[in-house]
Design a protein around this ligand. Structure first.
Ligand code: FE2
Length: 231
């Protein structure tokens, strides 16, 4: 059984469509949308291929029509791309995002996975990196072999004895200084964090075609090219 785990796609279809893995099942840990400019095929792909998908904070904000606020960094980028999502997404797609579960436990071929975007304590918003003690505390009462999380855009894998925590990193907007697509494969109980190059210039051209320009386009391009926010 080969499971592809993806997260934080952020409307970057060029990245998502570049993943060339064979898989039996796909699990998605949220943030399909925002920041990028091609939400439709990303949502369609997840609808078609993911066995389970949970809601990220950005899926929630787009679905609930929360206006993005902020004049710097990622908030500024969300201010530019969120209204575009509202133009592109029809009622069916908005409803799909709104109805994604906050967390989900799923058993596949006898193996139990627990999916949450942030942490069980704060499913949409808590940022928690590879802190073993903190994850051990957060996972009290969760009975699953693999806990799949996202949100930080930084991949890690923790082995906590009877539980393994997997953050596959971000497909569409890595933030660990490595601009390549990040995802995880779980095969026969073994977790592998993987990276793959993709055509970042094509992703930037798509954002320009979709209407991003000036400082916003520069910022979005810089994040994709550098794998982090540089200013
Ligand atoms: Fe995200």
């Amino acid at each position: 059984m080969r499971v592809l785990v993806v997260s934080d796609i952020h409307s970057n279809w060029v990245a998502l469509s570049s993943i060339q893995e064979e898989f039996d099942y796909c699990l998605c840990v949220g943030d399909l949308v925002d920041y990028g400019t091609e939400p439709l095929p990303c949502i369609e792909w997840i609808k078609a291929h993911a066995t389970a998908c949970v809601r990220g904070n950005h899926d929630h904000a787009v679905a609930q029509r929360v206006e993005a606020k902020g004049s710097t960094g990622f908030r500024k980028l969300a201010c530019a791309t969120r209204p575009l999502h509202w133009e592109l997404l029809d009622r069916v797609k908005m409803k799909y995002l709104a109805r994604l579960p906050i967390s989900q436990q799923i058993t596949i071929e006898g193996v139990t996975f627990y999916l949450v975007h942030g942490t069980p304590r704060d499913p949409l918003d808590e940022y928690l990196g590879d802190n073993e003690a903190a994850w051990t505390a957060r996972l009290q009462g969760i009975n699953a072999s693999f806990i799949c999380v996202g949100h930080t855009h930084i991949p890690f894998h923790l082995n906590l004895g009877d539980k393994q925590v997997i953050n596959p990193g971000s497909v569409g907007q890595p933030r660990d200084g490595d601009p390549r697509i990040s995802y995880a494969i779980v095969e026969d109980g073994k977790v592998t964090l993987k990276r793959q190059e993709y055509d970042i210039q094509a992703a930037i051209r798509q954002m320009e075609t979709a209407g991003l320009s000036g400082e916003t386009l520069e910022m979005a391009s810089s994040v994709l090219l550098n794998g982090r926010m540089t200013s």
